[in-house]
Write a protein that binds this ligand. Sequence first.
Ligand code: DNO
Length: 399
Amino acid sequence: MLSNLEQTFRWFGPSDAVTLAAIKQTGATGIVNALHHIPSGVVWSPEEIKKRHDIIKDAGLTWSVVESVNIHESIKTAGNGRDEAIENYITTLKNLAAANIKTVCYNFMPVLDWTRTDLDYRLPNNASALRYHAAAVIAFDLYILERPGAFDEFTPQQQQEAKAYLDSINKKEKELLVNTIMAGLPGTDEVFTISEFKEHLKKYEHTDAQTLKENLAYFLRAIISDAEQAGVKMCIHPDDPPFPILGLPRVVSTEKDLEYIVNAAPSSSNGLTFCTGSLGARGDNDLPGIMSRLGAHVHFLHLRNVKREPDGSFYEADHLGGSTDMYAVMKNIILEQKKRQDAGRDDIAIPMRPDHGHKILDDFNYDTYPGYSVAGRMKGLAELRGLEMGIKRSLYDKI
Ligand code: DNO
């Protein structure tokens, strides 16, 4: 019998309103965690890693995946201090490996991590979901950020829709929009001011998509042999959303991008996080196909669904609903597990997490990081593990 995927849950650390005890009740056994209090570019010391590792272990769970060891901006822009930041990154990887934590997720999105415009989008059953409203981002770009040259990037219709959106919201809603788009890294409560963000944008003046790609390849060539030696599997997370926003380039958005990345430093340590939510926001990404073609490189699974809307907007749907055929995705994940088993690989139980969840039931009673409710994510996990079991047994059980 093929082993199950490893069921994991993201936990933001001791300040997370979601407790490890609660996570244990979801059935997940693995924890996805990071030391969010350590700024990017700084080494994670063995002591800090051990402290966190022991908290998770004492709760009867395993720290399976790091999400994320963030990439310092100097690495993305080839700026001052890049090589030192890379050295520190390698030291962190070695320290994690020494604590037996060997799957490391990261992303290469300039300045901002994931971006949404609405953190409380109500579905017909009154569940609360996250949404990306294209017109709102364009309105922010054109009329609030007033980014030079931005008008040239949008069609007259997009500009009109953005203006209409801006005119339809009041002052408070406008402030909320700014804070939502300017929210910094997950696991922090940081929000950029407009002028801080403008400063960051300036640093990208000379970094277009091609240069950003080269900087990513430079980073990979610098770290992958050490990662391999330490037994660490790196897995890059796709851009969310998977297209350029606010004038910033994006280079981890399509199958072609993913191919470029795995070929930039070929190694079993240079892998991918297959995030169906991020990649699924583009209609031209064939998700089951990507899983079957690039599955050998996938070290971590983020399973989530988005419902795409015609203008480039999307909202987070039920894990088995939305625009992505989760059955076809799961089937190809299982076929990848079978290939690994046949090839004698030892990484068949790929860690997967239900990525994001709606706010439902008791989730409304306390504050969690956007998308990281308990009941909503548990619903997703329960659906996904049922789907996995059903497909596995119908493929491999003899009747
Ligand atoms: C959002 C997440 C991302 C992800 C990072 C990975 O909920 O999927 O923030 O953790 O981009 O580096």
